[in-house]
Design a protein around this ligand. Structure first.
Ligand SMILES: CN1c2c(nc(N)[nH]c2=O)NC[C@@H]1CNc1ccc(C(=O)N[C@@H](CCC(=O)N[C@@H](CCC(=O)N[C@@H](CCC(=O)O)C(=O)O)C(=O)O)C(=O)O)cc1
Ligand SMILES: N[C@@H](CCS)C(=O)O
Ligand SMILES: [Zn+2]
Length: 764
């Protein structure tokens, strides 16, 4: 019998119950017992939902109060000194302190949060474990064992999920003296032994060990360490399923297939081509779990196509065949059934986490009892056909416009050196111009007004006036504190991608399709279902209104094509490259319209440019070529004296600096404050020619850095980049911050720029 199992279920809840409970707890409006109750209710509901859908072996350990990597850090006792409880065991507040930082109080000093970064190539962020050379590990967190008992008490057959030792160590960051993280492996492995022994005592048969780093280009010493680690873990009890996802094993195929574990999960959605070689190399005693239902997208699975692979696999593997989503469903919205306002045809094309579990179960049943699921398979076929042939997908005018694009459409009319003189003359800005990245605090009032408008409780006129009031407030504030290039504040935007998606043809958006981005923060990725075009201007009225309120320069603010694509659910019937080009043309029109409305600077955010980089180096160049081209196609419709800005956050630029230069934005603002300006090294090495705004303060923290600290960071920037090409700005947008800290920090930032002008410019 082929077994239907799941690698992980979203924990946030179909109504984002976890988000709401966490935020209430942090505000002191819910006590710990209340928060824990929300957690256990969610786990119970999710196990039931998966079992009802037909999943036979349920994941436990996929629930996390903030982030699963953080839970593991606590489990291993990898708690940095600044958070370590003075006495006793770590508590939920220790965990939240590590995630969110601890503010200084009368009794205790503050502590900055652990760093947060992207989980592989997803829009999910994990908290980077911190380890030091003398790191000791000690089992310090009982959550996994408690949740196993909880699930078993409810009668479920469960498979605990742990992040493997190699992946956890790979993701960790060394602190203090430089050393090789692999030196810690021998200290870490006994903990896994302890965990497996305890799970075995609890009656667990299988454990899932996630080792997604097996789909990366691994250095040889890490490959060797994989063998050593799993040889050592071999003697521990429990059957072990090694889970890989987000790509193919490629050169790690032999390694992964032969590790002494009892089963291997592979992602056949991202890397279908790996199936035959793995089947051939898998030892005869091992289970093979095939990830055939896409955990990263929302399209219904082509069950017929999946069945063909499964039938073949079943002939070869028999009982040793397992069926699953490609990866954890953490990256899927929860339940399509919740969508009450979606167009019926479009809805029939989609599957969220709950529906994906049912698809996995249907596939298993179709294998185990041939003929028993024929109706479901036929329906799936029909859906595939209805989508492929739908007139709503293909638009001749979009295709024709793309076909007519000429090489010069992606080139500015003059090189940067010429453009910048014209722009400087037109903009008349001081040295070290100050600006922000775009958004100002998204206050509860703004969100309430939008909700009231969406629910028809206030008129469009009232909503527009409420947003204009926010714009006036943002403009007054920026003028008052003396910023040079102003922004309108993005009050009218629910999200920097969804807002534009709602106005483009070819996108559909859901009401409840939330996916966790980090902690309690969620995104609702819009769905690209057809050829994309812009029926009318999207931002011109807002930006023109903002410009009408000030004599200073107002930046237009747009999201770029690569980020629109990365943070949406894309089509699978055309390439990502083509979708990016369609988006580029649509946004290009907006850039040109803003220019025509008198806007002198347009920022095109490409926050996700770096994260789009494929996990394997061999695929980088192709991506960088089309991503750069899409940006240029968006940006290059303007005059030489119109200044194009771009912004990237969470970026490690060494690998992509050439492409960033090739984007040829006049100004790029980037996140640098947490790296002490070291991120600029790549720009210096490459002799990056255009202007740069290295972020001088971390917007993820409520901390207000003094002006001297920001000026010192800029001094460091000047060691790498000539002063006349530097801008002064925060790391990223301020939408998640509150006004008091925003005001205080930006005032200090303006003061820092003034100090620099006095000291640097006057000395020159
Ligand atoms: C910059 N980042 C972004 C990423 N991805 C995106 N798609 N967008 C981004 O900005 N990736 C990397 C980074 C960091 N990631 C995030 C992700 C999410 C947030 C965030 O603040 N999310 C908000 C939700 C934003 C939103 O859509 N707001 C809606 C309101 C939705 C809502 O909750 N409504 C309430 C009622 C209103 C109320 O009473 O408050 C409801 O429906 O119950 C809107 O503004 O209209 C979040 O809260 O999770 C930040 C960075
Ligand atoms: N303009 C956006 C960029 C975030 S990456 C903002 O300021 O929020
Ligand atoms: Zn940003």
């Amino acid at each position: 019998m082929a077994l239907a199992h799941n690698l992980g279920f979203p924990r946030i809840g179909r109504d984002r119950e976890l988000k709401k409970a966490l935020e209430a707890y942090w505000k002191g409006e819910l006590d710990e017992a209340g928060l824990r109750k929300v957690g256990s209710d969610l786990r119970a509901a999710h196990w039931k939902l998966q079992q009802d859908a037909g999943i036979e072996l349920l994941p436990v350990g996929d629930f996390a109060w903030y982030d699963q990597v953080l839970t593991h850090s606590l489990m291993f006792g990898a708690i940095p000194e600044r958070f370590a409880p003075k006495e006793g065991k770590p508590t939920l507040d220790t965990l939240f302190g590590m995630a969110r930082g601890v503010r200084e109080s009368a009794c205790c000093g503050g502590a900055h949060a652990q760093e947060m970064t992207k989980w592989f190539d997803t829009n999910y962020h994990y908290l980077v474990p911190e380890v030091q050379q003398n790191q000791q590990f000690k089992l310090s967190w009982e959550q996994l064992f408690e949740e196993v008992d909880e699930a078993r008490a409810q009668g479920y057959k469960v498979k605990p999920v742990v992040i493997g030792p190699m992946t956890w160590l790979w993701l960790a960051k060394t602190k203090g003296a430089e050393f090789n993280k692999l030196d810690l492996l021998d200290r870490l492995l006994p903990l896994y032994g302890e965990i497996f022994q305890r799970l075995a005592k609890q009656g667990v048969e299988w454990v899932q060990i996630d080792e997604p780093i097996l789909v990366l280009d691994l250095p040889q010493d890490w490959k060797n360490a994989f063998e050593r680690a799993y040889n050592l873990l071999q003697r521990e009890p429990l059957k072990k399923l090694l889970a890989t996802y987000f790509g193919g094993l490629e050169d790690n195929t032999g390694l992964a297939a032969n590790l002494p574990v009892d089963g291997l999960h592979i992602d056949l959605v991202r890397a279908p081509e790996q199936y035959p070689s793995i089947l051939d190399r898998l030892p005869a005693y091992k289970v093979l779990s095939l990830g055939l239902v896409n955990g990263r997208n929302i399209w219904r699975c082509d069950l017929q196509k999946a069945l063909q692979t499964l039938q073949h696999a079943h002939e070869r593997l028999g009982e040793r065949l397992w069926i699953a989503p490609s990866c954890s469903l953490l990256h899927s919205p929860v339940d399509l059934a919740r969508e009450d306002k979606l167009d019926a045809e479009l809805k029939s094309w989609l599957a969220f986490a709950a529906q994906k579990c049912a698809e996995v179960a249907t596939l298993a049943a179709a294998i185990n009892q041939p003929g028993s699921r024929d109706a479901a398979i036929a329906e799936s076929q029909q859906v595939q056909q209805s989508r492929a042939n739908s007139k709503r997908i293909h638009k001749a005018e979009v295709k024709a416009r793309l076909a007519a694009v000429k090489p010069e459409d992606s080139r500015r009319h003059a090189p940067f050196a010429e453009r910048i003189d014209l722009q400087r003359a037109r903009l008349d800005l001081p040295d070290f111009p100050t600006t922000t990245i775009g958004s100002f605090p998204q206050t509860a009032d703004i969100r309430k007004a939008r909700q009231a408008f969406k629910q028809g409780q206030i008129s469009e006129t009232d909503y527009v006036e409420a947003m204009r009031k926010e714009i006036r407030h943002a403009v007054d504030f920026q003028e008052r504190i003396g910023l040079d290039v102003l922004v309108h504040g993005e009050a009218e935007r629910n999200d920097m991608v969804e807002y534009f998606a709602e106005q483009l043809d070819g996108y559909l958006f859901t009401r409840f399709g939330w996916v966790q981005s980090y902690g309690s923060r969620c995104v609702k990725p819009a769905v690209i279902y057809g050829d994309l075009s812009r029926p009318k201007a999207m931002t011109v009225e807002w930006i023109s209104y903002a410009q009408s309120q000030t004599q200073k320069v107002m930046k237009g603010m747009l999201t770029g094509p690569v980020t629109m694509l990365m943070w949406s659910f894309p089509r699978e019937d055309v390439s990502r490259e083509e979708q990016a080009r369609q988006l580029a043309l649509a946004i290009r029109d907006e850039v040109v319209d803003l220019e025509a409305a008198g806007i002198k600077i347009v920022q095109i955010d490409e926050a996700a440019f770096r994260e789009g980089l494929p996990l394997r180096k061999s695929a980088w160049q192709h991506y960088l070529d089309w991503a750069t081209e899409a940006f240029r196609l968006t940006a290059c419709g303007v005059r030489n004296d119109t200044q194009i800005h771009t912004h990237m956050c969470y970026s490690e630029f060494n690998d992509v600096i050439e492409s960033i230069a090739a984007m040829d934005a006049d100004v790029i603002t980037i996140e640098t404050s947490r790296s002490d300006m070291e991120l600029l090294d790549a720009f210096e090495r490459f002799a990056y020619p255009n202007e740069i705004g290295p972020g001088v303060y971390d917007i993820h923290s409520p901390r207000v850095p003094p002006a001297s600290e920001m000026a010192a960071l800029m001094e460091k920037a000047m060691q790498r980049i000539p002063a006349q090409r530097l801008w002064v700005n925060p790391d990223c947008g301020l939408k998640t911050r509150a006004w008091p800290e925003t005001e205080a920090a930006l005032k200090n930032m303006v003061e820092a720029a003034q100090t620099l002008r006095e000291t640097v410019t006057e000395a020159a």
